[in-house]
Structure formats: structure tokens, C-alpha cells
Write a protein that binds this ligand. Sequence first.
Ligand code: SDX
Length: 435
Amino acid sequence: MKLVDNKATLSFSNGSPSVDLPVYGGNIGPDVIDIRKLYAQTGMFTYDPGFLSTASCQSAITYIDGDKGELLYRGYPIEQLATHCDYLDTCFLLLNGELPNEQERTDFHKLVTNHTMVNEQMQFFLRGFRRDAHPMAVLTGLVGALSAFYHDSTDINNPEHRRIAAIRLIAKMPTLVAMSYKYGIGQPYMYPQNNLSYAGNFLRMMFGTPCEEYQVNPVLERALDRIFILHADHEQNASTSTVRLCGSSGTNPFAAIAAGVACLWGPAHGGANEACLNMLEDIQRNGGIAKVGEFMNQVKDKNSGVKLMGFGHRVYKNYDPRAKLMQETCNEVLQELGLENDPLFKLAKELEKIALEDEYFVSRKLYPNVDFYSGIVQRAIGIPVNLFTGIFALARTVGWIAQLNEMIGDPEYKIGRPRQLFTGSPRRDVPAAKK
Ligand code: SDX
């Protein structure tokens, strides 16, 4: 970051001395006012719950222009990556800053492929869960448990450990997600197959059985790989900020990623795809498109607590570019499976049409986000609703790691420790014990 020819002067009406604050600029996007010395100079904190106006770090990984609806991974537009690259190319890009050349691509694919198995002991963790445990509860446990197996890559300050842990996590997440699914349906786990692609291997671990050869459907394989690309990283969202804050204590990468999995689970964040599909199924069950108007009235009634899941975004005040690509992928998969008339897809498109013409949504700049169509395409592929967020976590693991490694590699980083505006009781004494 570089000092720009501008400064912010904070003045106080109560006569306190004003404070000059430096302004820094990046390469694109908003400048920042450096307030690191504010408390020392004024004895006051800034106040920004939800971090609406706060940059927590400098980063060179992902850039979002919410007004334009633009998303760049290391400068490359998501539309181009989703069209010309695969997920492992995107992982290499996010981790290293550049797309791989042919040799790097071959080596990276081989490295990930050769780390897809998990320690045989991992399966015994699952046995402690009820069969109907939510996969995200299982995954949060399994990812954290990885730190118990890889003592040779838990020192977050060792670049070689960070590199190995990154490969292990990217490689093993599909295996762990598939295991949590198989455990839930009482089927045997499927071991990874090194001759399959990353997405193809995941499809086989999910839907294959030891009883017969599993044929990977190339359209579904490509669709799933694109879904992984679309979810790979997204700047300083809630789960990435969680991973950064967790990792800032120096804990091991597996524990920090487990914290990200736990945060992503929430319906306001990665859990929105599951909540969105359930919302669509509820509307469908209660009358479908004919009932959309009634549902939208509920959404617009503040007291209902009902939100149009899969809509709205803290940063995008225009169409989420991932939602457009997800809708295209939806079309491709439904065509391939002969489900063009999927009622939920038709319902979702009708909901989108109504919302984009409705003053409530237009005035609040609410557009479909990545979660609006992702559930429909995952459901068509055969992924159960309660596993949608697990797929999101699988895909976002590389983003979390890239952001964590960027933070640890930043000589300026410190343990994250926000302050507060205290509104509780001033000092008081415990009443003397009654005689
Ligand atoms: C993800 O941060 C990321 O980058 C996240 C993510 C990623 O890749 O990591 O993009 C993934 O989490 C996508 C978002 C998934 N969540 C949902 O789809 C859940 C539904 N959306 C909302 O909960 C909401 O839009 C958020 C949480 C996504 C954003 O919330 P903000 O930025 O805090 O906005 P807000 O709640 O202040 O909303 C502004 C207004 C409010 O109305 P008013 O008080 O101004 O009258 O818009 C309303 C909100 O009530 N609003 C909605 C709405 N989202 C916002 N009203 C109805 N339905 C919605 N979905």
C-alpha cells in the first residue's frame, strides 16, 4: 500500500486537539484512513460493528467491485476463470498469485491428487456422531481433528509447513465431505481414485459404491468444478475474517480452517444455499408460483423476519457475477439431466424476476447472490440439501488458506484484538454477606 497525497483531519467540537490521519491507497478500490494511532492520540476508539466501513487488512488476492458486480481473483475476472480454467488452476492462482504454466499445472494436480486420502483413524471420529448429524457439524469436527494427525505441518510460521498444510487441506476436504455424506446414509466410504479429476473424484466418493464401477458424467463433473471455482474466495467475508482472526493467534492452519467452516455454516453466510433451497421447497409446497406474491409480502413485512434467501449482499449492490454463472450452470445441468422443467428452477427465476422489478428490492439494491441458484444445481446433481454448505466449505478452503498465508506472511500482522464501547455497570462492590 502507498501513502496518497491526501490526509484526513479529525477535529472535535469540544476543543480537543484535532488529529491528522494518513490516507493510503491500493492499486484499485477505496483508499483507507490509517487509524492505528487514533487511540494513542485521542483516547477514543472507532465504532464499526459489522465492519461496514473497516478494512481489516491489505490483500492482493481477491477484489470485488460491488457497484459494478465485478469479482477478480488475482486480477482475473471470475467469468474468464470459470470458462477457461479448472478449480485446481484457480487454487494454484489464489495460493501463488499467478496461473500455473504447463509443468506447474501437472505438478500441482499430481501433488493434490496424491494427498486425497485421510488417515484411517479419521473414520472413527465419525462413529461418535448420530447418523442424522448435520454434515457441517461433522465437518467442523473432522477438519479440526486433522491437526491431530499432521504435527509436521502445524507451525503456521514455517512457510514449508504452510505449503504442505495447504495441499493437505485442499486435497482432503472432498474426501471428508464425502465421508460425512456416506456416514449419514449408512454407505461405506469410497477411497479416492487418483486417475480421476478433482471434481470427478468427489462425485465418485459421493455417489459411487463398492458394488459397481462409477461412471463420472462429464457435464456434472465440469459443473461441479465450476461451482468450486465460483466459491473459491471472496475477499474479507465473515468466514475468511474468522480464519484470519483465528490464525492471528498462531494456531495451526487446520484449527483456523475449522473455525472458518463453523462460521460459514450460518444462514446469513454460506448456510444461505441450504436455507434458499428450503425456502423454494416451502413456497412450492404451499402453492408454488401462484403463492409468490404472498411470500414476497411476508419478506417486505419487517415483522415477519422472513428474508428472500440467496438475495442481498454486504458488498454487491449489483448482480453477483457468480449468480449469473451459477444460473448458466444450472441450465446446463438441468438440460443434461432432462430436468429443464424443474419446478424449483422455474420458481427461482420467477422470484428473481419479481424481486428485480419490486421497489423494496430495487431501492435496497438487493440482487441474487452466489447462493440463490447454487442449491438448485447441487440438488439436480444429487447433493442433499444439508450438504450444500459442505460443498461451499470444500471450495472455499483454498481461499481461507490463501488469505491466512497472506496474513502470516505480512510482517506487519499482529494478533487481532478489537476493543469495545462499554455500556455495562461501572465498578461496584459485592454486598457484604448478611450476618
Ligand atoms: C454469502 O460477504 C461475502 O462475501 C459472503 C459471500 C462469500 O462468498 O463469502 O458472498 C457468501 O454469504 C452470500 C450471502 C448469503 N446470504 C443470504 O443470501 C441471506 C439473505 N441475505 C441477507 O441476510 C443479507 O442480504 C446479507 C446478510 C447477505 C447482507 O446483509 P447486510 O449487508 O447487513 O444488509 P442489511 O441486512 O443491512 O440489509 C439492508 C436492507 C435491510 O432492510 P432495511 O433495514 O434497510 O429496511 O435490505 C434488507 C434488510 O432487511 N435485506 C433483505 C435481504 N437482505 C437484505 N430483505 C429481504 N431479503 C433479503 N435477503
